[in-house]
Design a protein around this ligand. Structure first.
Ligand code: PLP
Ligand code: COI
Length: 340
């Protein structure tokens, strides 16, 4: 079957694979990791994940190199971030070792779905942790289920590595300043859907959310962090209501290694007018260069690409990151775990 997959044509979508792995939390302890061949979960209709949003997930990728080896990018960081999300919405925390073991098993069991080197595609890994106890009172579940499934993917934004327009829509907030924006929980994505769909209707690839309190500072995109380049400096927002992106952290380290200055600080919208390049970054988005940002309610526009091409620093960062992920260049920061 994998012979029929057009690897280089893949978009960012769900494709069933052979197996997923699961682990249950019951009576105060996590059980063993088990292999499943069904895509379905048997769930009580009163489970807390369905009613009160006790749901957190992760997203990471595995890449097949020229040497045939499969590399998983920054697995430990995703494991830690899931624990952080669990703390945030009061779910049982999954031990880091269990996370790693489950991710490795899910990859190995579906090895035939890891896209070949050179296709530009990768294996997207989606860990998911949900509250499963049946209860109607608003309180944390006693039982949890952790699942890891995988699916081969291509670029998140249809354009791939090409600048696309993004939009500020002042009528929507994604996350409150002291709310759940810094956790990777389903509720944040539900809160972003109406704005995201409106953006698509208007011809934009994504929404760029402003901070909810002052509507003055750049927060992040629906599925990715924001960064910009100015005067040999990589600048990215510091905010309590955005997801700490592992891709952004990697780009900051790569930028520094390339001789750029790195600033993580609040970015007022007005400053957009001074940037040479801008991009969205994330596991799914990798780097998605931004062509322009329209603040439609204020009738303002900030342009970063006039010729339809990514800026030179966005391109250099993109190439460097991809080269490390595919094993083409030395893994100087020790980011890859090889699947043995
Ligand atoms: N911000 C949001 C809201 C996201 O959903 C994602 C995707 O995971 C990111 C940022 C990027 O994070 P990462 O680079 O860890 O994938
Ligand atoms: C990711 O980049 O892994 C994401 O989770 C973004 C989006 C698909 C939700």
């Amino acid at each position: 079957m994998s012979k029929e997959i057009e690897w280089s044509e893949l978009g960012f979508g769900y494709m069933p694979t052979d197996f997923n792995v699961r682990c249950h939390f019951k009576d105060g302890a996590w059980g063993n990791i088990e292999k499943y061949d069904t895509e379905y979960i048997n769930l009580n209709m009163a489970a807390t994940c369905l009613h009160y949003g006790q749901e957190a997930f992760e997203g990471l990728k595995a890449f097949r190199g020229k040497d045939g080896k499969i590399r998983v990018f920054r697995l430990e960081e995703n494991a830690k971030r899931l624990q952080h999300s669990c703390d945030g919405i009061k779910m049982a925390k999954l031990p880091l070792e269990k996370f790693k073991e489950a991710v490795f098993q899910a990859i190995k069991l579906n090895e035939r779905f890891v896209p070949p080197y050179g296709s530009g595609a990768s294996l997207y890994i989606r860990p998911l942790l949900i509250g499963t106890s049946a209860q109607v009172g608003v309180k944390p579940s006693k039982e949890y289920l952790f699942v890891v499934f995988v699916t081969p993917v291509g670029p998140y934004f249809k354009a791939g590595f090409k600048p696309t327009p993004m939009v500020i829509l002042r009528g929507y907030d994604r996350a409150a300043p002291l709310g759940t924006g810094k956790y990777k929980v389903g509720g944040n994505y539900a809160a972003s859907l109406a704005a995201g769909e409106r953006a698509h209707e208007l011809g934009y690839s994504a929404v760029l959310f402003l901070d909810a309190k002052e509507k003055k500072y750049i927060d992040e995109c629906g599925p990715a962090n924001f960064f910009a380049i100015k005067n040999n400096t990589y600048i990215t927002p510091k905010s309590e209501s955005i997801l700490p992106s592992i891709t952004n952290d990697s780009l900051m380290k790569l930028a520094e290694a390339m001789g750029l200055n790195v600033e993580r600080r609040p970015i007022a919208e007005d400053e957009l007018a001074t940037f040479d390049e801008a991009g969205a970054c994330g596991t799914a988005a990798v780097i998605s260069p931004i062509e322009r940002i329209d603040d439609v309610d204020e009738n303002k526009s900030y342009i970063f690409s006039k010729d339809g091409k990514p800026g030179p620093i966005c391109e250099a960062l993109y190439n460097k990151l991809r080269a490390i992920q595919y094993g083409d260049e030395p893994d100087i920061f020790n980011w890859n775990s090889i699947v043995e």
